[in-house]
Design a protein around this ligand. Structure first.
Ligand code: AMP
Ligand code: MG
Length: 411
């Protein structure tokens, strides 16, 4: 039987990042850049004032102080968004607002607080003269063109997942449309004669189809678009009909749950093999040993186990890295921490993913299981914020020992 790592390596070797698409900037948060971004302009794009004050020649006010202020003629007024073409000469200055362009001749800005005209109000006309009460260094309170970013500079790398700050930067650079990797499209189906939809009446023998919902939620959280195929009956024709719909839907992946075990009614494997191929259908892990990967016609196919926790963990372990690779995200983004066990743990020797809650106790990350580990026990997954990874071959780990914990996103 394949190890988790062998199975994942085999799967990932079959995928490449998808092609790119051009989208408006406001739709770009969370998307993955298909090209690196280079600045085409300097930022700031012109020299400007970082304060409200007076644009001066530093040399004119070098001896100014509170006791002997220097009087300058105010020859212009520059609110933000405007510029003044004529220069200042000796003993002249202009009133200037934060963000406004520096007039020619000026080489520093004196803050309004350091003058006898301490008003920020643009409605108040600039005075004819102003007394400067403090000297300034050349360049003081000036943001020079290109001080933040120079034209030609690389600012965002290929495959960056766009965060709010990246979006802000793109806006500053005037990039209104962004080349991103297109979203993967996945088809999701569930299988089993016992399954009913969430809104149907529960009668003995029936089980609500949880996997269509949880797996679709995971797919969407990973940036995929979902084609919902619903529930296949436990017969080859019903399964084939839904798989054919997935092919018609031109999806990048088919994700099915249940029916890949060895039960008398587990037809999914046969159907996939009859119209495609399976690379493997068992992985040495717990929960979720029956896990199939192959192709239905030419579409990559994942057959997850039926039990809700097994299906979920199978998705986390195999399908999220696949979606990340399709999306151009480097995989191995799993966040693993070493944690101390607050109880003894037993396992059956397969690589195990145990639902646990990790908390910091006196600075030590400490883990406790969230309940019994049956693969139907969804509440223990809901209460968990981590999966403890017990390596294969290990059957028990004593209290107090450290193990790897995979901290789950969003918890
Ligand atoms: P199977 O892999 O078909 O043997 O299913 C294993 C277990 O998972 C059975 O108890 C099924 O009823 C249950 N199961 C299968 N599919 C789903 C589903 N979509 N939602 C909830 N439980 C399921
Ligand atoms: Mg079944």
């Amino acid at each position: 039987m394949l190890s988790v790592k062998e199975a994942l390596d085999q799967i990932l070797a079959k995928f490449q990042p998808l092609e790119s698409t051009l989208i408006p900037l406001h739709e770009a948060p969370g998307r993955i850049l298909a090209k690196p971004v280079r600045a085409e302009i300097d930022l700031p794009s012109f020299d400007n004032s970082s304060v409200d004050g007076f644009a001066v020649r530093a040399n004119d006010v070098k001896s100014a102080n509170n006791d002997s202020p220097k009087l300058l003629n105010v020859i212009g007024d520059i609110p933000a968004g405007t510029r003044i073409e004529y220069p200042i000469h000796e003993d002249e200055c202009m009133r200037i607002m934060t963000g406004a362009p520096i007039p020619a001749g000026a080489d520093a800005i004196v803050m309004v607080e350091d003058t006898d005209f301490n008003y920020r109000d643009t409605a108040k006309p600039a005075p004819p003269h102003v007394a400067i009460r403090k000297s300034v260094e050349v360049n003081e309170n000036i943001r020079r063109q290109g001080a933040d970013i120079l034209a030609g500079q690389n600012v965002l790398p290929l495959h960056q997942k766009l965060r709010a700050q990246d979006i802000g930067l793109l806006a500053m650079l005037g990039i209104s449309e962004v080349n991103v990797i297109r979203r993967p499209r996945v088809a999701i189906l569930s299988g089993g004669d016992e399954l009913i939809n969430v809104s149907e009446n529960l009668v003995t023998g029936k089980v609500r189809d949880a996997n269509s919902y949880s797996l679709s939620a995971l797919a969407k959280e990973s940036g995929a678009e979902v084609l919902h195929l619903g529930i296949a009956k436990d017969n080859p024709n019903s399964i084939k009909r839904l798989l054919d719909q997935a092919v018609d839907g031109k999806v990048d992946l088919i994700i099915s749950s249940a029916g890949v075990s060895v039960g008398a009614f587990d037809f999914v494997r046969d159907v996939v093999q009859s119209m495609g191929s399976l690379d493997f259908w068992k992985v040495n892990m717990r929960p979720g040993k029956p896990l199939a990967f192959g192709h239905y016609q030419d579409v990559p196919f994942f057959g997850l186990p039926g039990n809700p926790v097994s299906a979920f963990v199978g998705f986390l372990v195999f399908i999220i890295p696949t979606l990340e690779k399709l999306s151009g995200i480097e995989s191995n983004l799993r966040s693993i921490s070493r944690v101390r066990l607050a109880e003894e743990i037993t396992s059956d020797g397969r690589e195990s993913y145990l639902r646990a809650i990790v908390t910091s106790e006196n600075g030590t990350l400490t883990a406790r299981l969230t309940g019994h580990q049956a693969s139907s026990n969804m509440l223990s997954l809901v209460r968990a914020n981590a999966l403890l990874i017990i390596p294969s071959g290990v059957k028990s780990v004593p209290l107090g020992q450290e193990v790897n914990a995979w901290l789950l996103r969003g918890l």
